[in-house]
Design a protein around this ligand. Structure first.
Ligand code: ZN
Length: 418
């Protein structure tokens, strides 16, 4: 995973353009990823696919004619989605187009201007403070023109058409934890899952953040019912503890599975409540969809100093953390595959158990036995999203009692295995 991260690190990615295509093509050397192209101008819910951005070069020359920042040295130096520019400007005008991190004066920030046409450069604050009066030549060799938005998708078929969904973003340029860690882990996870005989199908999406997720959702509405549960993957290579952010539902199957897997993982972790801010869980958990999708990360975006800066480089991620994160994902898949999940075939009110010989003939007795409670719990909770483990936790009943109830119910027309 570290090797893949180092290979992808120099590529200048954005929400559209050749950097994303080149990244996905490199992934195709490892996994049979399908690339999709969605033309500029395509309406996607309340948005439109933007013009495609590509960049070849960018620099600033000081009054002495020396290059003081160079895109070819570090692609973060050019404001992502900059329009082309080639002119000579005063220091005062230049400063209106410069971005720095005063709190970390040696680092170069990562900044974007997707929706407002602008040009700009990012540089170390120390360098910014040393700029002298005079004329500066600025040059950005970029294109912002109709093209398309590119994303990658892969389905690993299982025995069921119910799907486990993994999503990672692919739009950040030379940044490692924020972006490349998720890409590398998703790639390795696919290789492992493809070698298994799976009950659930697994779908993995490599999307430009926000607009890519919105685009995918708008093109795949009819597939959303298949999603059993899912995770957004990001920030998984740093040395910090794991953070699980709950789905909007808050107690969906993914939330219960993650709690159990993380408790058993032996790794330090924290659980975060859902909020409509962060990565693409915002789109998948928007009210029209409200999908059972949480987010797994180590660091939390915006809460570590290296976030969106040149310090999020290959040294900031390590193979041990990547492996430990991947291990959790394997445990999640194992837990979902193992889960005993059933569907109540007569979910409109309680079915008549007595008629099927399953319930005491005489009502009103208070010594309700475990078996009878187990029947009611299994029927009530078997909506396809609660496992017997979940039902045991909610009801306080033993797994043995629940399994006995299941085996009796399976003999009737009331229950089926998912
Ligand atoms: Zn980011």
């Amino acid at each position: 995973m570290s090797r893949l991260i180092e290979r992808l690190y120099p590529i200048c990615r954005s929400i559209t353009g050749n950097g994303v295509r080149e990244t996905l093509r490199i992934l195709q050397e490892h996994i049979p990823l399908e690339l999709h192209e969605v033309p500029t101008g395509t309406p996607v819910f309340d948005w439109k696919v933007p013009d495609e951005w590509n960049i070849r070069d960018g620099w600033i020359k000081n009054p002495a004619g020396e290059k003081i920042v160079d895109f070819k040295t570090l692609n973060l130096h050019v404001l992502n989605y900059s329009e082309p520019v080639h002119k000579t400007v005063s220091l005062a005008e230049l400063k209106e187009h410069l971005f720095t991190l005063p709190d970390h004066p040696d680092w170069v920030p990562y900044r974007t201007s997707y929706h407002n046409r602008n040009w700009g450069f990012c540089m170390a604050h120390n360098q910014f403070q040393s700029l002298e009066e005079g004329d500066y030549e600025v040059f950005i060799d970029s294109e912002l023109e109709p093209g398309s938005l590119t994303y990658g998708e892969l389905l690993i078929p299982g025995r069921s058409d119910k799907e486990v969904l993994f999503v990672t973003h692919v739009c950040h340029p030379s940044l490692c934890n924020d972006n490349l860690s998720g890409i590398a882990i998703a790639t390795k996870l696919i290789q492992q899952l493809a070698a298994r005989d799976l009950k659930y199908s697994c779908r993995i999406l490599f999307l430009p953040a926000t607009i890519g997720a919105i685009t995918w959702l708008s093109r795949n509405r009819e597939k959303l019912d298949r999603i059993q549960l899912g995770l957004v993957l990001c920030l998984l290579g740093d040395a910090g503890p794991l953070h699980y952010k709950k789905s909007r539902q808050g107690n969906a199957q993914i939330d219960r599975v993650m709690q159990r897997v993380l408790n058993a993982s032996g790794q330090e972790f924290q659980t975060l409540e859902f909020s409509p801010y962060g990565y693409d869980e915002r789109q998948f958990c928007s009210p029209a969809f409200n999908l059972p999708i949480g987010r797994l990360s180590r660091a939390v975006h915006g809460e570590f100093p290296e976030y969106h800066s040149s310090a999020d480089n290959p040294d900031f991620v390590n193979e041990a953390s990547l492996e430990a994160s991947l291990a959790v994902l394997e445990q999640v898949v194992d837990a979902v595959e193992r889960a005993e999940v059933y569907i109540n075939l007569k979910p409109e009110c309680e079915p008549q158990l007595g008629r099927r010989g399953l319930f005491k003939a005489i009502g009103g007795q208070s010594d309700t036995k475990d078996f009878q409670m187990a029947l009611l719990w299994v029927l009530n909770q078997s909506d396809g999203f609660h496992s017997l483990e979940d039902i045991a936790a909610a009801s306080g009943l033993e797994m043995g009692s629940l399994r006995t109830a299941v085996s009796e119910l399976l003999k009737t027309d009331l229950l089926a295995e998912l």
